[in-house]
Design a protein around this ligand. Structure first.
Ligand code: COA
Ligand code: AMP
Length: 637
């Protein structure tokens, strides 16, 4: 008898029994008597009266169970030519000491700490130290500009900011201190203190509220784990929405821990003692869940890699790390493999390493495009698993589940809904779509443990962004369909969110930045297909009458403006100045039409269009600027 349908059914029909059973995977300080409850807005809450501490569950508990001398972290940093193995005992002690330092600076349960750090062990130490105290961390990805960091500091209102003196991006040193100084100058909220880990590559001068990481740690009394309620927040992680203001996704503690522990076995097919390598960044949800928390909750070792898939120093880095650390499951973004494939199409680097330890390869962050899937599948002897999830859910919504029952893979599909996620596809009328019919992918309430419990400081936004469109369902923002065999295909966002090199960005936010330039009358930013990064943003801009700087200078100014305000991670490098944009008679810019033009797809001209000739104008401009596949666009109907 097949195990998956049976378990899936049980998780949907009897969620309380199902998750009560899974809750036994983690050590509780006080086991919950209530498994599932609902808040005033009828959103699910898990394990509300249970008490635990995530740092205890991931570190102290394993040390007590005899795992103290096992590697918790393998840090591998080709950009600094450093490697470090940190055992569970060493990590627990480093975390306890840093938590003591935070405590001395006044950080207690419920306070926020913003962490702005690259892929160094101190980032993991800082996250766990917050968890140890019951403080709420908010990690900000290093590729964001001061303006974005400031917005997060303002929103999260941290007591302390923890940073490093620099990140190292491929070959270049990115100094963080000037970014933090600028962000703090912009933010109305001021933290009491900043703790900075000084790296050999970049020194800093400390001012009066800044503290050297090493000094903080050396003077600290180690702190104990503070018990927290199951529903107390562990972290806030900001993600792009459709507006300029990022959403602070709030994650609870116990539901998250239970979901991660379950996924380590069911999805990643890992046993305690195995090695998990997730090539992402601690600034993203993938890093939170499967570099920092999931592997250690499950007694595994995690690889922390400060490098890129290529050029640090070559396209063999991933294979080298898999061999070196005896990696069992490996996880990265499709764009990383496209980068490797571009540099090493015949996978010559792979032949230099023995990766027979590897059992499964996972990808997420964007859809695994069939050509990349086939390249990997032909190359490797292990299942290549595309799985779909988002910052909001914290763990995969759909996946192949080798830990339960391996299923045949279909190129382009994330396979089936993970137990706990009642995934449905709804058509425009809110009715269930037929197999093969595309629609909005939604999750019927209750969401399983691990998913967001709110938007930080903005309960109304939680409701309006996710729950209002289809009452009783969570709106994922993705479109897709089920096939006749129940395989789920996620085809792309239905909103203004784009995915650039596996990084989630908002075109709406870029439009706000571009539109804020004094010479811009109107603009649209669209995501355009890119062979390497999946999508790239392109700005189409109508200047104000009488603007003086000229097209080229305006384009350069707008590119610089997005880089300064959002950050290099936006990859905003293409702007076209146009005379007009296709709009409806009511003045709405036809963004979907623009996207189709740029992607070389057939374009139907809607009857509501104000001036059909604007389509030809903008298409010509796109072809002149070699945007996407515009020159392949068939004549429109
Ligand atoms: N700190 C500072 N700057 C950063 C940064 C960081 N942490 N991360 C990226 N940047 C900068 C880059 O240096 C680059 O700057 P540039 O415009 O001056 O060259 C810019 O942001 C764009 O970065 P990126 O999109 O990463 O491009 P890249 O050419 O450096 O690398 C890939 C391309 C595909 C190799 C890389 O994007 C990659 O490894 N992607 C995988 C992403 C991933 O793991 N996502 C998580 C989901 S699982
Ligand atoms: P993030 O919140 O940054 O993890 O981005 C989540 C978004 O990335 C999802 O809503 C999808 O649009 C996209 N995404 C992530 N994984 C996949 C996948 N396996 N297939 C298709 N889209 C994906």
């Amino acid at each position: 008898m097949r195990r998956y349908p049976q378990l899936y059914q049980q998780s949907i029909e009897q969620p309380e029994q199902f998750w009560a059973e899974q809750a036994k995977r983690i050590p509780w300080m006080m086991p919950p008597t209530t498994v599932l409850s609902y808040d005033e807005q009828q959103h699910a809450r898990w394990f509300a009266d249970g008490e635990m501490n995530l740092c205890h569950a991931a570190l102290d508990y394993h040390v007590d169970q005899g795992r103290g001398e096992q590697a918790a972290i393998f840090w591998d940093s080709p950009v600094t030519q450093t490697e470090q193995t940190i055992t569970y005992r060493q990590l627990r002690d480093r975390v306890a000491a840093f938590a003591g330092g935070l405590q001395q600076l006044g950080v207690v349960k419920g306070y926020r700490v913003v962490i702005y750090m690259p892929m160094i062990p101190e980032a993991v130490v800082a996250m766990y130290a917050c968890a140890r105290l019951g403080a709420i961390h908010s990690v900000v990805f290093g590729g964001f500009a001061p303006h974005e960091l400031a917005a997060r500091i303002e929103d999260a209102a941290p007591k302390v900011v923890v940073a490093a003196s620099c990140g190292i991006e491929g070959g270049k040193v990115v100094a963080y201190k000037p970014i933090i100084d600028q962000a703090l100058a912009l933010s109305p909220h001021q933290p009491d203190a900043c703790i900075i880990k000084v790296r050999a590559e970049c020194d800093v001068e400390f001012n009066e509220r800044e503290y050297d990481w090493e000094a903080v740690v050396s003077q600290a009394t180690p702190a104990d784990c503070v018990p927290v309620k199951g529903t107390d927040p562990l972290y806030v992680l900001y993600t792009s929405g459709t507006t300029g203001k990022p959403k602070g996704i709030v994650r609870d503690t116990a539901g998250y821990a239970v979901a991660l522990a379950y996924s380590m076995e069911a999805i990643y097919a890992l046993a305690p003692g195995d090695v998990f390598f997730t090539a992402s960044d601690v600034g993203w949800v993938v890093g939170h869940s499967y570099i920092v928390y999931g592997p250690l909750l499950h007694g595994c070792s995690t690889v922390l890699y400060e490098g890129k898939p290529v050029k640090t120093p070559d396209a063999g880095s991933f294979w080298r790390l898999i061999e070196k650390y005896n990696v069992t499951s490996f996880f990265s973004a499709p764009t990383a493999f496209r980068a490797i494939k571009k540099e090493d199409p015949d996978a010559q680097w792979l032949s230099k390493y023995d990766i027979s330890c590897l059992k499964h390869l996972y990808v997420a962050g964007e859809r695994l495009d069939p050509p990349t899937y086939h390249w990997l599948d032909d190359l490797l002897d292990v299942p290549v698993i595309d799985h779909w999830w988002q910052t909001e859910t914290g763990w995969p919504i759909a996946a192949n589940l080798p830990g339960i029952e391996p299923m045949p893979t279909k190129a382009g599909s994330a396979t089936v809904p993970v137990p706990g996620f009642n995934v449905q596809v709804l058509n425009r009328d809110g009715e269930q779509a037929a197999p093969m019919e595309q629609g909005s992918v939604v999750i019927k309430q209750p969401m399983p443990p691990g998913c967001l419990t709110g938007v930080w400081g903005d309960p109304k936004r939680f409701h309006s962004a996710y729950m209002a469109a289809f009452p009783g369902y969570y709106l994922t923002g993705d479109g897709g369909f089920f096939d006749e065999q129940g395989y789920l295909f996620i085809m792309g966002r239905t909103d203004d969110v784009i995915n650039v090199a596996g990084h989630r960005l908002s075109t709406g936010e870029m439009e706000e930045v571009v539109g804020g330039h004094p010479s811009v009358a109107e603009c649209a930013v669209i995501g355009v297909h890119d062979d390497l990064k999946g999508q790239l943003p392109v700005g189409l801009v109508i200047p104000k009458d009488g603007y003086t700087e000229g097209e080229e200078a305006l384009e350069a100014a707008l590119i610089a403006r997005v880089r300064e305000q959002i950050g290099p991670v936006a990859c905003f490098k293409q702007v076209i100045v146009v005379d007009r944009l296709p709009k409806t008679r009511s003045g709405k810019i036809l963004r979907k039409l623009l996207r189709n033009l740029a992607d070389g797809q057939e374009v139907g001209i809607p009857s509501t269009i104000d001036d059909p000739t604007s389509v030809d104008d903008v298409h010509r401009a796109m072809c002149d600027h070699r945007i996407g596949r515009a020159n392949e666009t068939p004549p429109h109907a």
